[in-house]
Design a protein around this ligand. Structure first.
Ligand SMILES: [Zn+2]
Length: 206
């Protein structure tokens, strides 16, 4: 794609680095910004820079936060002794939009995947285990995607929790999940949260 300005080209290249954005779409977005007044574009750029610079991760659950502790952990109306373990922040958003879950979360930052070079140490598993021990958590609900990496992660963490008096469950599996958790429709996700199963029966049943 030949562009008449290197400034334009730089901007298009930056947009094209975003997931799902090809060069054509990038050009359309950049040309749209070019039509806005300078202040609006300044605000657009500033909000991204500010978000990246200032966003925090909750010290307790590793969710995104504006303060040291996220709004979910800080909410005394939520059941603080239940932890739903998810892979990433998109899963927190997906489960929150079902409005069927009133506990807290723990964001692992991924799942164990030796082929991708991701081992337990790269995830927030130790933080989770320490947290469960310290807070005398009543229940841990795994809401990981139903694939080999998700299963391996559940198995690994469950082993670490065996000596703790905590109920360990997983959201119901095998229902048409449509693949990724974040794409599951809200009804399916809400139902699988309600019908959660003890992890022992899930792991033993494989
Ligand atoms: Zn939190």
């Amino acid at each position: 794609m030949q562009l008449p300005s290197s400034l334009l080209e730089n901007a298009v290249n930056e947009f094209a680095k975003l997931p799902g954005i090809g060069k054509k779409t990038a050009l359309r977005l950049v040309l749209h910004l070019l039509k806005q007044d300078t202040d609006a574009v300044q605000h657009f750029g500033d909000s991204i820079t500010k978000m990246r610079k200032e966003i925090k991760f909750c010290q307790r659950c590793c969710n995104i936060a504006d303060a040291d502790i996220c709004s979910i952990c800080a909410n005394s109306m939520r059941k603080q002794d239940i932890i739903c373990v998810v892979e990433n922040i998109r899963d927190v958003i997906a489960i929150e939009s079902t409005q069927q879950y009133n506990g807290t979360y723990h964001v692992l930052g991924g799942v164990i995947s030796p082929l991708d070079g991701i081992g337990p140490d790269q995830l927030t598993i130790e933080t989770l285990v320490n947290r469960i021990q310290k807070e005398h958590t009543q229940e841990v609900v795994f809401a990981l995607n139903p694939n080999i990496q998700g299963d391996t992660t559940i198995y690994y963490i469950q082993k670490k929790l065996q000596s703790f008096p905590v109920k360990v469950t997983t959201i119901a599996r095998g229902i048409s999940f449509g693949g990724e958790l974040e794409y599951a429709d809200e009804m399916t996700l809400a139902r699988s949260l309600q019908n959660r199963l003890p992890v022992e029966s899930y792991v033993a049943g494989r």
